[in-house]
Write a protein that binds this ligand. Structure first.
Ligand SMILES: Cc1ncc(COP(=O)(O)O)c(C=O)c1O
Length: 386
């Protein structure tokens, strides 16, 4: 499918690579293809490019360059934080605290630690997907070693008060590492390691118009999780393996572009979201908008169409060139959304929910195409399921 023929409203699943980031990837694949560990000029140039990419990421996140660990993506960054911190801090305790709406990268890593004798407390979310800092505080214990709460939820867009949560963690579990998955927040809201007071932040390149298969764990000074990979000692011994320099350079370019364009993009995305919301509300007064209207990234709109099978709606929209999702991409083949269920939504409502998500290339025309297509399809599908 050609990019211009579709209205791509699934940017929370992944984004089209920005040509400027793709040009960096290409440059480091075709021209500057050295290994940063090699001592000849190609290697030296590669090492310099790697250092510059690290500095760029550090600037974007208000972190120290030495704290940036490049990974294969958001999943590895989350795993490195949860598993790595649990293992280095195990002498202080074997208790973890995670939000109920976390990405499976965090939830499954916590579950895997059960095999190593760790216990996990799950902090519930309210109907809008909000995590209450007081609830995180009361879940913390003296033996808590890892707390993980995501900054923006990938299905609802709801933002968590992460700096408040960081303060609560410091008071209640001073030895714990506080990890923030900012994969969906970065590039859509200001994200600063310093301002959040987190010990680590996970990022993913493909959510911000960078290449796939690359991300980072950004660490606060002095914080070191145990590595998951053992080998040549790259990335300060935290992530062995020859660095994916094409991906890293493309990611750094995408990150800089995301930060540069944030102030202009946020109001544009807000207008697009309002346009979509208004358009759907006018034709479908019984549709329900999910998430927190007060604190959320402007790029995600989750809508429930009561009585409509969401998956059928998705496929009918796809036939009209409008691409959306029924929830997180990683669930769409597994059925059911743990996020929406954790927010107390009935299973039937979960099955009738569609996520629209925007990116840099989303236009008013894309939104108008969805607004034009959805109401008739909703009426058709309701009639069929009656
Ligand atoms: C909130 C969140 N965390 C982590 C990930 C995983 O990132 P990656 O696809 O780079 O492994 C995703 C991607 O869906 C996400 O939305």
């Amino acid at each position: 499918m050609d990019a211009p023929t579709i209205a791509y409203l699934d940017n929370a699943a992944t984004t089209r690579c920005d040509p400027r980031a793709a040009a960096e990837v290409s440059r480091f694949l075709l021209e500057e293809y050295g290994n940063p560990s090699s001592v000849h000029p190609l290697g030296v140039a590669a090492a310099r490019a790697l250092r510059e990419a690290r500095e760029t990421l550090a600037r974007c996140l208000e972190a120290e360059p030495g704290g940036v660990v490049f990974t294969s993506g958001g999943t590895e960054a989350d795993d490195l934080a949860v598993l790595g911190f649990a293992r280095t801090l195990r002498r202080h305790g074997r208790h973890l605290v995670v939000g109920a709406t976390e990405h499976p990268a965090v939830l499954e890593a916590a579950k895997a630690l059960g095999e190593e004798g760790f216990e996990t407390s799950v902090v519930p979310a309210d109907r809008a997907g909000r995590i209450d800092p007081a609830a995180v505080a009361s879940a913390c214990r003296p033996d808590t070693v890892v707390v993980a709460v995501m900054m923006a939820n990938n299905e609802l867009g709801t933002l968590a008060p992460v700096s408040e949560i960081a303060r609560a963690v410091r008071t209640r579990a001073p030895r714990a590492a506080f990890h923030v998955d900012a994969v969906q927040a970065f590039g859509k809201a200001p994200v600063s390691l310093r301002a959040t007071g987190a010990d680590s932040i996970a990022l993913s390149s493909h959510k911000i118009h960078g290449p796939k298969g690359v991300g980072a764990l950004v660490l606060a000074p002095g914080r070191r999780p145990a590595p998951l990979l053992h080998g040549g000692g790259q990335e300060g011994n935290l992530r062995s393996g020859t660095e994916n320099l094409p991906g890293i350079a493309g990611f750094a370019r995408a990150a800089a572009l995301a930060v540069e364009s944030l102030a202009a993009e946020v109001p544009r995305w807000r207008r697009l979201r309002e346009r979509l919301e208004r358009g759907l509300a006018a034709a479908l007064p019984d549709r329900l908008v999910n998430g927190d209207p007060e604190r959320s990234v402007p790029t995600i709109l989750s809508v429930t169409f009561p009585g409509v099978p969401g998956e059928a709606l998705l496929h009918h929209l796809e036939a009209r060139g409008v691409l959306v999702s029924t929830g997180a991409a990683c669930h769409s083949r597994r059925g059911g959304s743990h996020v929406l269920l954790a927010c107390g939504m009935a299973e039937e409502a979960v099955r009738s929910t569609i996520r629209f998500s925007f990116g840099r290339f989303t236009s008013e025309a894309d939104v108008d195409r969805a607004v034009a297509a959805v109401p008739a399809l909703v009426a058709e599908l309701r009639a069929l399921s009656r």
